[in-house]
Design a protein around this ligand. Structure first.
Ligand SMILES: Cc1cc2nc3c(=O)[nH]c(=O)nc-3n(C[C@H](O)[C@H](O)[C@H](O)COP(=O)(O)OP(=O)(O)OC[C@H]3O[C@@H](n4cnc5c(N)ncnc54)[C@H](O)[C@@H]3O)c2cc1C
Length: 279
């Protein structure tokens, strides 16, 4: 199918993008286009105007500052996948990147687009939640920061307002005690996950502290499994699997029962990764 007719404007600054959104309430921002153009082609969305943000400078940097790693919204998945800074300071994101779509999609798709789109089966929103990260956005009232736990509101719904542009995400930089784990089950490599798990923890003696398990593909948003986190911190993987406090629904990929079973399988795999010292 072909999209419904739409207008196109290339914004040259954040202020211009915010103003254009204000003047055109049904406009959509265009970043990598890897999700947006598909929804247009399937006529799931018919905005009157696309506001291309690819010409706005300063939105694609990766920087280590103040104990955090900041990644600009227009950073392409492929750029993140090859970034030494991300490998060193955000190893969970580095582990997740190769699972996102295929190389052609990663060449164009952006981190900001993925977080803004908030697909419930996407990898990056879960990584942001597992890492206790933050999102920077700019709207008509200027810039603001939104904590990951407050950002994902519902199915494809975030805390971004209609005139907000996501400008960057920020995660605490890994330390020698940081442990991360990532696993997902998909029908084919590169497909959206049936169920996935992004996790972080801090090595504490022979055990783990601050365990954060963020599942994706099991609800409308990425979800923490808090009871399982507590059990895993006490070192008992069987108890963590038994404590999995998830309530997935049947979807086109799998039944709720299958998803719950797979969530346990992933937890065992990720628990092993969390217990391995960092290379
Ligand atoms: C075949 C296929 C397989 C895929 N598989 C996966 C997968 O396994 N995992 C996965 O996570 N993703 C997958 N994707 C999606 C891909 O990761 C996209 O790149 C991503 O979801 C959206 O990023 P984008 O830059 O392309 O955004 P776009 O498509 O340009 O935009 C998506 C939405 O976000 C909004 N938006 C974009 N940038 C901003 C911003 N800075 N501020 C505010 N709003 C913004 C747009 O207005 C639009 O509503 C797949 C895509 C395809 C086509």
């Amino acid at each position: 199918m072909k999209p419904a007719p739409f207008g196109y404007k290339k914004a040259r600054s954040l202020a211009e993008a915010v103003a254009l959104l204000g003047e055109n309430p049904d406009a959509r921002l265009l970043a990598g286009g890897q999700s947006l153009i598909a929804t247009l082609n399937m006529r799931l969305s018919a905005p009157s105007l696309l506001i291309d943000i690819n010409g706005i400078s300063g939105l694609d940097g990766i920087a280590h500052k103040g104990g955090a790693l900041e990644i600009g919204a227009l950073t392409r998945h492929a750029q993140a996948e090859r970034s030494d800074l991300i490998a060193r300071h955000a190893p969970l994101i580095a582990r997740a990147m190769p699972h996102i779509g295929h190389a052609a999609i990663r060449n164009r798709g952006t981190l900001g687009g993925s977080i803004s789109f908030a697909d419930p089966a996407a990898e990056l929103p879960a990584c942001l939640l597992a890492l206790d990260g933050e999102v920077d956005a700019t709207g008509p009232q200027g810039p603001r920061t939104i904590h990951a736990r407050d950002f994902f509101k519902g199915l494809f719904e975030t805390a971004l307002g209609p005139q907000d542009v996501l400008t960057a995400i920020r995660v605490p930089a890994a330390t020698p005690a940081t442990r991360v784990g990532f696993a997902e089950l998909a029908r084919r490599h590169g497909d959206y996950a049936i169920v996935g798990l992004a996790a972080s923890a801090r090595a504490d003696g022979k055990g783990l502290a601050d365990v954060r398990l963020a599942y994706f593909g099991v609800g409308a948003t990425p979800l923490r499994a808090k009871k399982a986190e507590a059990a895993l911190a006490s070192g008992n993987v069987d108890a963590a699997v038994a404590a999995l406090d998830l309530d997935p629904q049947d979807d086109v990929q799998a039944s709720a029962a299958v998803k719950k079973h797979l969530a346990g399988v992933l937890l065992r795999r990720v628990a092993k990764q969390l217990m391995e010292p960092r290379p």
